[in-house]
Write a protein that binds this ligand. Sequence first.
Ligand code: ATP
Ligand code: NAG
Ligand code: NAG
Ligand code: NAG
Ligand code: MG
Length: 350
Amino acid sequence: MEKQPRDSRKGPVPREVPPAVRLLLAMALMNALLYLCLGRVFISPQHYSGNPGHCPYGHFKIGQMKNCSPWLSCEQLRTEVRQLKCAGEGAVKRVFLSEWKEQKVALSRLTSLEMKEDFLHGLQMLKSLQSKHVVTLLGYCEDDNTILTEYHPLGSLSNLEVTLNLSKYQHMNTWQHRLQLATDYVRVISYLHRSPLGTLVMCDSNDLPKTLSQYLLTSNFSIVVNDLDALPLVNHSSGTLVKCGHRELHGDFVAPEQLWPFGEGVPFDDDLMPSYDEKVDIWKIPDVSSFLLGHVEGSDMVRFHLFNIHKACKSQTAAERPSAEDVLDTYQKVFNSLRDTVMSQTREML
Ligand SMILES: Nc1ncnc2c1ncn2[C@@H]1O[C@H](COP(=O)(O)OP(=O)(O)OP(=O)(O)O)[C@@H](O)[C@H]1O
Ligand SMILES: *[C@@H]1O[C@H](CO)[C@@H](O)[C@H](O)[C@H]1NC(C)=O
Ligand SMILES: *[C@@H]1O[C@H](CO)[C@@H](O)[C@H](O)[C@H]1NC(C)=O
Ligand SMILES: *[C@@H]1O[C@H](CO)[C@@H](O)[C@H](O)[C@H]1NC(C)=O
Ligand SMILES: [Mg+2]
């Protein structure tokens, strides 16, 4: 892609054309090539499917590894993994950039024994949900309260603006790539809502920064979910609903049905708090997407095209909100139609 500008000078431009027009033509040609090229880049990740490395259950493959390796044991975690430096921390885990066989890996350690239940739930989910949507598990040791996962140097989605501001990644800071990230995010939610275990709700997401911190940006700019510590199961056929924690929630980032419904006169009581379903995740999509779209040229045009689907996500009545699959469909249609429009406009300019 970086080599594009060279080709744009090759076109036969007659002598008598004024320099301004020549410049415009060159720019249009560059844009056309860029969009055609980007189009290919965007389509390719969709052909990539299955879990990373296509390893059988209990095995993994990362980086340059030729074969699948079984998850590392306690013994291997203790002797083969070298802890380097802290890479992040949450309420449940402290995460260390570490080294295993000359590869960078992420070693998570339980911060406090009080959180052991969440830690074990997260580990169970990691084991069960290994796929291209979930960070790759490399090993674990319940006795030591450690989990080893693939390391993603770009960190969590909280770092997105900083990452896209680095000169190395500025060419990715376009509405096209940002809409692809939003699509990826919805794809992960859709996966959790239709997971092999059933409909899982991403509960650890009571505000935007918290939500962003649960997802990692991979080196090839896709999104994987990393923190699965609070992922309760909804079962519509048995009428099993969920609650995200036992405390009162506030604000408009969480869905209206997650708020205490009995007014300020009645003190919060978890036993009286009604439960809800996976549509709380749908409510949050417009806010996360809007963050991912950011403020670059074209972001507002994309927001405009997503207006109706986002409005539906914000239905006060949970049952009226679309499914994650519906949202994903709309995002893909918007992406394709905007890409086609931009390409035909560019062709007209020529
Ligand atoms: N594999 C990884 N590669 C790079 N950074 C990571 C990785 N895993 C975790 N991190 C960093 O560590 C942070 C905390 O991780 P994580 O969300 O798993 O911890 P937690 O204690 O479960 O969080 P919470 O407070 O949400 O429960 C992440 O937001 C991210 O910045
Ligand atoms: C993403 O990057 C990893 C290396 O970090 C590579 O092994 C993998 O094949 C890439 N995936 C896609 C879809 O390009
Ligand atoms: C982006 O980088 C510029 C300088 O390169 C800096 O002034 C600006 O604050 C940065 N913005 C963000 C969001 O990091
Ligand atoms: C949901 O509940 C029904 C009825 O109780 C049960 O048959 C089914 O296995 C449950 N599904 C999941 C994913 O737990
Ligand atoms: Mg977290």
